[in-house]
Design a protein around this ligand. Structure first.
Ligand code: FPP
Length: 228
């Protein structure tokens, strides 16, 4: 059975999960973090090489300041508390996104986690924080200019090598939870030939069984990459 090398997930529905229970939105995000922990373990066990999780987009700064601050605080707690489990499972951590505008404490914690896990040979966990595909592509184009490339040298490989995902294989399977059918500026380039798995499950309810269902769904797909 074919296992995708790179799975990317748009984790959506934390707010609705909380609202259904009469709880503040931040409780939904906290439950979302627990789902992240479960999925990291399940993805490791399933033998995935790369897992990219969309935690905070370049557009999410438009949310109320209180929610943004709470999400950043949650991120810091997560980055510190879960280091031992990343060590134990040999998971490598990598931040995906622009560093500009991220609070220095969050950046420092992400750098520490990346450094502490950089020799791990297991699953590579890419956490998208302050990520937006359009910004990523624009900065890759700018870097081509800064690197002095001639117009002829600006090809797909040149751009690919300057994305935040440089060196990471394309997304094979893109999952979005909570019943929404949008790509929301996530992996526009990398998901060019990704298979989509859309589920009504809200992110805090997403667990190993839902990941297994997505992988089983993927295994049934006939991928032709535009060929016959
Ligand atoms: C979407 O739900 C979720 C987010 C914008 C944040 C995702 C964040 C987490 C899962 C927690 C942080 C992760 C880590 C690793 C610390 P929503 O708020 O848009 O939900 P709604 O559409 O139901 O309102």
């Amino acid at each position: 059975m074919s296992v995708p090398a790179h799975v990317a997930i748009i984790m959506d529905g934390n707010g609705r999960w909380a609202a259904q229970r009469g709880l503040p939105r931040i409780k939904g995000h906290k439950a979302g973090v627990r789902a992240v922990e479960r999925i990291l373990e399940a993805a490791s066990e399933a033998g995935l090489q790369h897992l990219s999780l969309y935690a905070f987009s370049t557009e999410n700064w438009k949310r109320p300041a209180g929610e943004v601050m709470a999400l950043m605080a949650l991120l810091r707690i997560y980055l510190r508390v879960f280091l031992p489990s990343l060590r134990q499972k040999r998971i490598r951590f990598h931040h995906l996104g622009s560093r500009e505008g991220i609070p220095p404490g969050v950046l420092a914690d992400m750098d520490t986690l990346a450094e502490a896990t950089r020799n791990h040979e297991g699953l590579c966990f890419h956490l998208a924080v302050n990520y937006g595909s359009r910004l990523e592509l624009a900065q890759a184009a700018r870097r081509c200019v800064e690197d002095g490339l001639s117009p002829e040298a600006v090809d797909e490989a040149a751009l690919n090598d300057r994305l935040w995902t440089a060196g990471v294989p394309d997304v094979d399977l893109l999952i979005r939870t909570s019943g929404e059918h949008r790509i929301s500026n996530f992996m526009l380039w990398q998901a060019a030939y990704a298979e989509f798995h859309l589920t009504d499950c809200l992110w805090p309810d997403f667990g190993p069984a839902e990941l297994r269902a997505a992988l089983d769904d993927y295994a049934t797909r006939d991928r032709r990459f535009g060929g016959l």
